[in-house]
Design a protein around this ligand. Structure first.
Ligand code: OAD
Length: 278
């Protein structure tokens, strides 16, 4: 509606009126639902409501390291579904890429493991995959690293055969951060560096996340008050709800609509369309 589009206009104004402003994105599953990948917590459509067929004791067990050691099969089923290569980036991914092309992207922090930021062409140095990805794999017992084909073959084969370490017979698992595991140290060090340099010339856009999983969920809270924050999400979430700041810009709607409108209002429609259609 008109009100919501006005919030995109104020975001576009801020970006155009501060030509030195650099963008930092903090994103989650809601930027990939338009690609056909379910998010986790949306009632009805989210993965955690649809894991019944995996026979889990509780929904988040699919990403629980202790549960994985007992029964890796549910994660195999999910991994087969989510394995990179099956999906194309969304309009929101393309918009982040366009900011990069314009020299305005500072960083993308993603909780997603679908690697669609890479598919959209976000450079490695601009990207922090906070919850890891399928790209790196290791034995959960002895730590030896394996090429990703090793695990991929086991899940795609679907014979129930598990990918196991040739040295110690431990389970091989992609370095996706499970509950009970630490986030990559690169996540913490990069965020610390970014906190140091963030000033009024930065704008942080939080998009498509319920801000339910820590430590990622605490990032918006840590943003200095001199730095502009924006939220693009179906609902108001996390610190935007608990501790709203007067200067926050909140768009309550689909990320793909926000991307399209923002590109339009910034006058980047043609380049945006080229990326979307490529
Ligand atoms: P959630 O499913 O918790 O939240 C997704 C958010 O995006 C919700 O607030 C939705 O309302 C919103 N949303 C969905 N589709 C949208 C759309 N088209 N436009 C705008 N908003 C939309 O997903 P995350 O916050 O990413 O861990 O979940 C965080 C972590 O929990 C995930 O990284 C995952 C999970 O356990 C791992 O994968 C290791």
């Amino acid at each position: 509606n008109g009100n919501q589009l006005r919030t995109i206009a104020s975001l576009a104004n801020f970006i155009s009126e501060n030509p030195n402003a650099k963008l930092i994105f903090l994103v989650g599953a809601g930027i990939s639902t338009a690609c056909g990948i379910p998010d986790f917590r949306s009632p009805g459509t989210g993965l955690y409501d649809n894991l019944a067929k995996l026979n889990l004791p509780f929904a988040e067990a699919v990403f629980d390291i202790d549960f994985f050691k007992q029964d890796p099969q549910p994660f195999y089923t999910l991994a087969k579904e989510l394995y990179p290569g099956n999906y194309e980036p969304s309009k929101f991914h393309h918009l982040m890429r366009l900011f990069q092309d314009k020299g305005r992207l500072h960083r993308v922090y993603t909780q997603n493991i679908d690697t669609l930021e890479r598919s959209a062409g976000i450079h490695a140095e601009n990207l922090v995959e906070a919850h890891g990805s399928f790209a790196h794999n290791h034995c959960i017992d002895c730590g030896i690293e394996y090429p990703h084909e090793h695990f991929k073959k086991a899940i795609l084969h679907g014979s129930g055969k598990l990918a196991r370490c040739t040295k110690c017979n431990g389970l091989i698992k992609p370095k996706i951060v499970f509950f009970g595991e630490n986030l990559p140290s690169h996540f913490f060090s990069t965020w610390d560096d970014d906190l140091e340099i963030m000033n009024k010339d930065y704008i942080v856009i939080v998009a498509g996340t319920s801000l339910a999983v820590y430590p990622f969920a605490s990032l918006p809270t840590e943003i200095p008050t001199s730095v502009k924050r924006a939220l693009v999400n179906l609902q108001k979430v996390g610190d935007f709800k608990a501790n709203p700041r007067k200067s926050d810009i909140v768009f309550s709607g689909p990320t793909e609509l926000a991307a399209e409108e923002l590109a339009k209002q910034l006058g980047w429609q043609e380049e945006f369309q080229e990326l979307v259609e490529a």
